[in-house]
Design a protein. Structure first.
Ligand SMILES: CC(C)[C@H](C(=O)O)[C@@H](O)C(=O)O
Ligand SMILES: CC(C)[C@H](C(=O)O)[C@@H](O)C(=O)O
Lengths: 348, 348
């Protein structure tokens, strides 16, 4: 079994280095490799993802990515930007279901922006479609028509795209509280109405034992702030999932805590990444919170590497480290990235 | 001067009736008319907006709308649904700039989901583009291609569409703290990159004295929860503005408090509506919070009817009523819709 690390840019390498130390201690039998993605790959090879790296990712059991992007590359042509490397990797691995858990560690209830009663015991899972929608739809471009400058994208979903991600949401709900809330803007978008119809059909076929509700994306954003504990699994398309999961992130104290798993067909490698970005403002200072990367490793152990017990141990260790007061700056403490990882290692 | 009331569906008529009482007391010289929109119009005329109503709206000085929609009409054909009436009204009046203030009345700090320090003194303004983007872009539809069912929309903006709404955001910022944060997903959408380019150009031309920043929509959703007081004016497209303003709504205690103004070219009537919806679950019970409708009237007085002093008086009266403890259910109290309006009337 191999775990391919793609540290990427900004704080990516800093947090992935700590996840690596933990993997080496916890699952020494897993073979670890490293590669380049994003700006780091662009600087070395002139492209944010080489065919060779994508090939290595396809052959790995799991891929752990740090973060991509930064101001250094914003003037670069669009298809050479760090973000293009991430999108190409997601698409290349066909990891269509992005799982973003938002749970509040008991020790971090006080770090949340929300009042205690709103977030204590919070545990929801966002299942975001990751390889379709407006992120990839054609046609798209910036051009001139009839003397008018314009920019456009196509938000599009097809039957199999919605069905396969809905299936994953139902499967995950069955292992939780059995409730899925599907989110769209079917009141104003055709692709939203299509999404609702397809999820409803998929539910009739594949959703035994799962309760399905529908909610508009704007209402969901509001409900996530008002009463987030009402949700179990939220199913959303690529764009709404992106925004809602960032909003949900702050309910849990810090986006520095949140991992994600992106899954494709059974037997294919999963892609694991922190929900946070490359955070250029704090990169290089050794103060980033490594927990999102560490918990992404935890998800890799659970979902791709078949090491549930090691995953349980790691999750418990993060909780224990927090209970003992370990805190990076984003959580109001002053531990360095490495010291935070040490606290987790000591709690293993 | 005429104010056209379009109460609409659900709690719409209940809250608009209270705004009407206040208008009659505060600005007796304004002539008040009523019309139908949404499901109410569909039931009476088979369409959610008649040409005649649109015509009356065009001739009014301002239009105050309650809310549209409800489960009764979801099986109706798409272009006959209540929401289609609202979209046709916005488009027909060409009210391209939707102003959604989010401020936290001192008396309501405790009603917010967020901790006190996060929202005390909060006062931000979301300027949402309202007549373009994915809400109206063509082509759009649900069909089959090559045996594959699919749903699609077009997210599109043109140069004049972005420029005119950016101009409004800059103008409004000048009357506030002089800062505009423009929001998009330029890292993944062409229309987002176009939006950023056009706002940047408009700023160079029209933004004297205004500081412009750019933020990704996902980051903005997170920052609205983490530290909302960092914002002055947020400028967003139709879809992102819809979602972000609902998220911002809950920062202020209750969506039942939030008004909006939709403005077109100078001299054309503005459209005023609560940010909340028709709330079918509490419709007919007389318990809805009328403040959003009352504050929408306040915005109409200020932005369309040239009655700034009456607007100031009304805004102060709402604050005073809250200070004196007036609370509907959504705010944790037990006042009826009418009693809440009485509290405002008494404070005038
Ligand atoms: C970096 C960006 C392309 C990416 C996205 O929009 O998917 C990020 O925001 C995320 O959520 O992983
Ligand atoms: C009712 C619906 C069409 C509308 C919208 O999406 O614009 C509403 O959510 C709003 O924000 O005014």
């Amino acid at each position: 079994q191999t775990l391919l690390l793609l540290p990427g840019d900004g704080i990516g390498p800093e947090v992935v280095a700590q996840a690596r130390r933990i993997a080496e201690a916890l699952v020494p039998d897993v073979q670890i490799e490293e590669g380049l993605v994003g700006g780091a790959s662009f600087d070395a090879h002139g492209t944010p993802l080489t065919d060779e790296t994508l090939d290595r990712a396809r052959k790995a059991s799991a891929v752990l990515l740090g973060a991509v992007g930064g101001p250094r590359w914003t003037a670069t042509a669009r298809d050479k930007r760090p973000e293009a490397g991430l999108l190409a990797l997601r698409k290349g691995l066909d990891v269509f279901a992005n799982l973003r858990p938002a749970f509040c560690f008991p020790a971090l209830v006080d770090a949340s922006s929300l009042k205690k009663d709103r977030v204590e015991g919070l545990d929801l899972m966002i299942v975001r479609e990751l390889t379709g929608g407006v992120y990839f739809g054609q046609p798209r471009g910036i051009d001139e028509e009839g003397g008018l400058r314009r920019g456009y994208d196509t938000a599009i979903y097809t039957h199999p795209e919605v069905e396969r991600v809905a299936r994953i949401a139902f499967d995950i709900a069955r292992g939780r509280n059995g409730r899925v809330t599907s989110v769209e803007k079917s009141n104003v978008m055709e692709s939203g109405l299509f999404w609702r119809q397809e999820v409803t059909l998929a539910h009739a076929e594949l959703g035994a034992g799962v309760e399905l509700a529908h909610m508009y994306a704007d209402a969901c954003a509001m409900e996530l702030v008002r009463a987030p504990k009402q949700f179990d699994v939220i199913l959303a398309d690529n764009l709404f999932g992106d925004i809602l999961s960032d909003a949900a992130a702050m309910l849990t104290g810090s986006i520095g805590m949140l991992p994600s798993a992106s899954l494709g067909a059974p037997g294919t490698p999963g892609l694991y990444e922190p929900v946070h970005g490359s955070a250029p403002d704090i990169a290089g200072q050794g103060i980033a919170n490594p927990c999102a990367a560490i918990l992404s490793l935890e998800m890799a152990l659970r979902w791709s590497l078949g090491k549930e017990k090691a995953a349980d141990t790691l999750l418990a260790a993060v909780g224990k480290a927090l209970d003992r007061g370990a805190r990076t700056r984003d959580l109001g403490g002053d531990l360095s990235t490495r010291a935070m990882a040490d606290a987790v290692l000591n709690a293993l």
